[in-house]
Design a protein around this ligand. Structure first.
Ligand code: PMP
Length: 308
């Protein structure tokens, strides 16, 4: 690797710059109000093929455009622009390791929280080991946070915007304060929604269960991947509302997301999940997921975009 992480190169407004030279206006709506939408796009290095693969790039860009549309951002960048910037900046860093690539559309200029633009973009690859602590753990002890997940009637969790993560933050901070690794949120109706940066699955009697997309969850790409992989393995997958007490009696549970991958949940509110170890079905799906994202599974290789 040519550039250490403190000197990595990022794409900003059409230029590739040293991260320390990439500056934004402190008075911009993104700076003042978190007025931005973004994606965290995972890339995996395949050593045998000497290739870096981006996972479900088109699906990430479709979600980015949906988020921009819902916030009425006046985005002039196209999907082709997204892809070119993404590939150029990874190549500029000569990365040959697993990455999470932050691709953000933000409202620049001197407007306010009501402004539609000017919409600008940055693309910043982050080597995977440098993401948040809870994303790098082997198993998680969770609590149900006392804070509710944002709802479609207030701030839709369907929109992947910076401001929504303040709701994630209060739940995560409460979890850490009380000695847990992370939290699960209930939605406005008291049903299980998701983690602060991940989706939730539980397994009961070999059935894989996850909250519906209308239960206040992000339209997660990993969630969709897990559902498709589980079905291909022959499991029954059910998308339905989950009661809090169901969490305490499930056989297996895991959180999933582009950064978290598939991370087992070992306890919830100190109720042990299963026997307190990673469950068999969770392990099976996790292994398959890792093969798929690295390009080691031919059936799902159509989800990958080769960078080099
Ligand atoms: N829910 C929330 C709140 C998230 O921030 C994330 C991470 N983007 C996810 C779920 C998982 O989404 P994805 O699988 O698309 O990364």
């Amino acid at each position: 690797m040519k550039y250490d992480v403190e000197n990595r190169r990022i794409w900003l407004k059409g230029e590739i710059l040293n991260v320390n030279d990439a500056k934004i206006n402190v008075l911009s709506p993104t700076s003042q109000f978190g007025l931005n939408v973004f994606e965290g796009i995972p890339c995996y290095w395949n050593d045998n093929e000497h290739q870096l693969y981006a996972f479900r790039l088109d699906d990430h860009y479709n979600r980015l455009l949906r988020s921009a549309k819902l916030l009425q951002l006046d985005c002039t960048y196209t999907k082709e622009d997204f892809t070119n910037a993404f590939i150029d900046v990874i190549k500029a860093n000569e990365y040959d390791e697993n990455l999470s690539v932050r691709q953000t559309l933000f409202v620049d200029g001197f407007g306010s929280w009501g402004s539609e633009g000017p919409v600008e973009m940055f693309v910043a690859p982050i080597p995977r080991g440098r993401t948040s602590a809870e994303y790098n753990k082997k198993g998680l002890n969770c609590c149900v946070t006392s804070w509710r997940r944002i709802s479609d009637e207030t701030l839709s969790p369907r929109i992947k915007c910076g401001a929504n993560y303040i709701n994630s933050r209060v739940g995560q901070r409460e979890a850490l304060r009380n000695g847990y690794d992370t939290c699960l949120f209930l939605n406005e109706f008291g049903k299980v929604s998701e983690g602060p940066g991940s989706c939730f699955f539980m397994i009961k009697d070999e059935t894989i269960i996850t909250p519906q997309l209308t239960d206040s969850v992000l339209e997660s790409i990993t969630r969709d991947t897990v559902i498709k992989l589980a079905i291909s393995l022959g499991y029954e997958v059910v998308e339905r509302s989950i009661d809090r007490t169901e969490l305490y009696t499930c056989d297996e549970a895991f959180l999933c997301g582009s950064a978290m991958e598939i991370t087992p949940v070992l306890s919830i509110d100190k109720y042990i999940v299963g026997d307190g170890n990673t469950g068999c079905i969770t392990k099976r799906i996790h292994m398959m997921y890792l093969d798929v994202v690295q390009g080691k599974n031919e059936q799902f290789k159509y989800w990958l975009t080769a960078i080099y």
